[in-house]
Design a protein around this ligand. Sequence first.
Ligand SMILES: [Zn+2]
Ligand SMILES: [Zn+2]
Ligand SMILES: [Zn+2]
Length: 199
Amino acid sequence: MNEKHNYVDCDRCGHWQDDRRRKEVCEQCNNTRQTIDPKDILCNRCGGPQRPLGTHNEQYSHGLEDAEITGGYDSYHLFDMTTYKFSICEKCLREIFNQFAIKPTVIDRLGSTDGPADPWAEDQEMYEYRVWKDAGGHHQAYLNRKCNFVKDCPNRAEYTQLISNDFTESCCCEEHKGLWGYGNSKLTKFIPNVLKPFL
Ligand SMILES: [Zn+2]
Ligand SMILES: [Zn+2]
Ligand SMILES: [Zn+2]
C-alpha cells in the first residue's frame, strides 16, 4: 500500500487559468497539478495496467479501481474488521463475468430495459466480434470474400458497405444484410480487393 509512485502532470486541470485554479479544486490532483502515473496503476488479478494507457482517458478511473471490502462479525471468508483493497481491470472483469453462475445484469447505454432477450449473451457476442475484428479477422474475411458482419460467418460476401458513399471493407452475405443499416450507410454489390485501387 505504501509503494512509491511516479507522478505526471495532471491532464484534468492542465488547461485551467490561474483564476479558476484559485476558486476550484481539481478532484484529480487536489491542485497539486501532479497525479499518479497511470502506468503505476495495476490490476491485482493479472498485474497488467488498470487504465487504457496512451489514450485521452488514461487519467480517469477504469474497471473496478481501488475497491474496498470489509468483513463483518459473521463473515467467514473474509475476516471481521479487516479491509481488503484491490483493483480489477476491465479485461479481468470480462473474464470473471464469464465465470459467474448468474451473469451480470446488462443495462444498455440508453438505460433501456426492453433490449434483447439475453442482454449479457449479446454483449459478450459484441465483445468477441470486436476482439476478432481487432485481431485482423474482419480484414482477412474481406480478402477471402467472406461475410464479416458477424464473426466467422462462413458465407460468401455479396455486398459491400458504403459509408457516406465511401468504400469500407465491411461486407456481408445475403443472410446478414438485414443486420446493417444506419443513416449514411448503404450496401452495394461486393467490391473485391483487386478493384479497390480503381475506385
Ligand atoms: Zn488536476
Ligand atoms: Zn486484470
Ligand atoms: Zn454472414
